[in-house]
Design a protein around this ligand. Structure first.
Ligand SMILES: *[C@@H]1O[C@H](CO)[C@@H](O)[C@H](O)[C@H]1NC(C)=O
Ligand SMILES: *[C@@H]1O[C@H](CO)[C@@H](O)[C@H](O)[C@H]1NC(C)=O
Ligand SMILES: *[C@@H]1O[C@H](CO)[C@@H](O)[C@H](O)[C@H]1NC(C)=O
Ligand SMILES: *[C@@H]1O[C@H](CO)[C@@H](O)[C@H](O)[C@H]1NC(C)=O
Length: 368
């Protein structure tokens, strides 16, 4: 049985109070609450965390069962002025590898205007930005091999169902439509769910940012290191298969005039961990899905993992055709190459362009 319970009101309010001055989105137009939502998953995951397809092509004997309830941390934001758009539609935001929910709304005054959450609120849209299991303030399994795409795809899928069935806060009614927006590994995560669930997916639309088809094992490698060796004070007790990055410049455009040098410092300072399997299984997004909702991909022309030096993002028509092959039953399918943006579309000087693109897609997908 899959169950959802919010923690006692007392607990939720104490967390909310504790974090309310940190997790502010843009301005007065947005009200935000921190939540911890217990999510029960009962899934089959590959015994081998290096399985290049994350278990999607595995037979029963190479899978094992994971039957656990995790506490999933998320920040829910809703426009102060409610409208049918803000109460019917919720965007479920999934960060990328070694990021947290903060990717969608940086918790510092200096970078307040880089908040996609705040931008969306200004356009009348609600968001729930979660931390993956294993990351940030969500449960962190002792064994990193429990933190695979299969695990977190089950988590976000159950959360999406929960958002449609239940009230997540006393004054918030269930939502009618859930749009999943991922960044990088978070896009692969939503892609996993689309492959695993096809037409049964609870998502009405998917916006996959910072992600294109990855040939298994061919992701441009970037330096990763065991988190416990990188920052022993913070992560010294972790399984060595929890890893982090040693240099985040690959997430930004090659031209240093495209982003604030202080953003790179802040990013490095607030980085988190990911499991090795998140990295090794990313090629699962080269499999076909029978998902039937709307799909859009948004990638930066200066993305050093996918575009720079590959020629792949120059011809958008050809890129769209190549990507669309894997989504034969999607209700709509579009690819946008955001000019001048890097891999972390939200964190450079051009972020407003992608923010507009995301909101436009959400409105198109939901009819608002
Ligand atoms: C299941 O898959 C594993 C790994 O790919 C393989 O070694 C094994 O022979 C397969 N077993 C069956 C029964 O097909
Ligand atoms: C993690 O779990 C896997 C699968 O159950 C097991 O093979 C492995 O030994 C565990 N590793 C640690 C460090 O406990
Ligand atoms: C990070 O990598 C970039 C490019 O690969 C390099 O120019 C820069 O010096 C590196 N930064 C650090 C702190 O090592
Ligand atoms: C935030 O403000 C800075 C300084 O005005 C600007 O350079 C940057 O492009 C803005 N970022 C976004 C996402 O609007």
């Amino acid at each position: 049985m899959l169950t959802f319970l919010t923690r006692t009101t007392v607990f939720a309010l104490s967390v909310l109070f504790h974090l309310s001055n940190i997790y502010v989105a843009s301005g007065a137009s947005c009200g935000c609450s921190s939540l911890v939502i217990p999510v029960h998953v009962d899934v089959l995951i590959p015994k081998d965390p290096a399985d290049p397809f994350g278990g999607l092509k595995s037979n029963a004997s190479s899978l094992r069962r994971l039957d656990v309830t995790y506490d999933v941390f998320g920040v829910f934001c809703q426009p102060e002025i409610v409208s049918p758009k803000s109460t019917d539609v919720i965007q479920l935001l999934a960060h990328g590898f070694t990021y947290t929910n903060q990717y969608w709304s940086l918790p510092t005054e200096e970078f307040r205007n880089y908040s996609y959450t705040g931008f969306a609120c200004d356009r009348g849209l609600s968001t729930l930005a979660i931390d993956w299991v294993g990351v940030g303030l969500s449960s962190r399994p002792v064994n990193a091999s429990d933190v695979q795409y299969a695990t977190n795809a089950a988590v976000v899928s159950q959360l999406a169902r929960h958002l449609k069935a239940t009230s997540i806060l006393p004054v918030v009614k269930p939502f009618k439509k859930v749009i999943g927006i991922g960044h990088s590994g978070g896009s692969v995560l939503l892609n996993f769910g689309a492959i695993a669930e096809g037409p049964k997916s609870p998502f009405d639309g998917l916006i996959l940012t910072g992600e294109l088809i990855i040939e298994p094992g061919a992701l441009n490698p970037f330096p990763t290191i065991s988190a416990r060796d990188d920052t022993p004070l913070r992560w010294g007790g972790l399984d060595p298969d929890y890893v982090t990055t040693s240099n985040r410049s690959v997430f930004y455009p090659p031209d240093p005039a495209s982003f604030s040098p202080r953003m790179l410092i802040f990013d490095d300072f607030t980085k988190d961990v990911g499991s090795v399997s998140t990295f090794l299984q990313a090629g699962l997004n080269s499999l076909t899905t029978h998902y039937t909702g709307h799909v859009a991909k948004v990638v930066g022309s200066e993305d050093q993992l996918f575009c720079v030096g590959t020629g792949r993002c120059n011809d958008v028509t050809a890129l769209t055709a190549a990507e669309r092959v894997l989504w034969p039953e999607a209700r709509s399918f579009e690819v946008v190459v955001a000019q001048r943006s890097g891999h972390d579309l939200n964190l450079d000087f051009f972020a407003k362009g992608p923010f507009n693109t995301f909101v436009d897609f959400v409105e198109h997908f939901t009819g608002f």
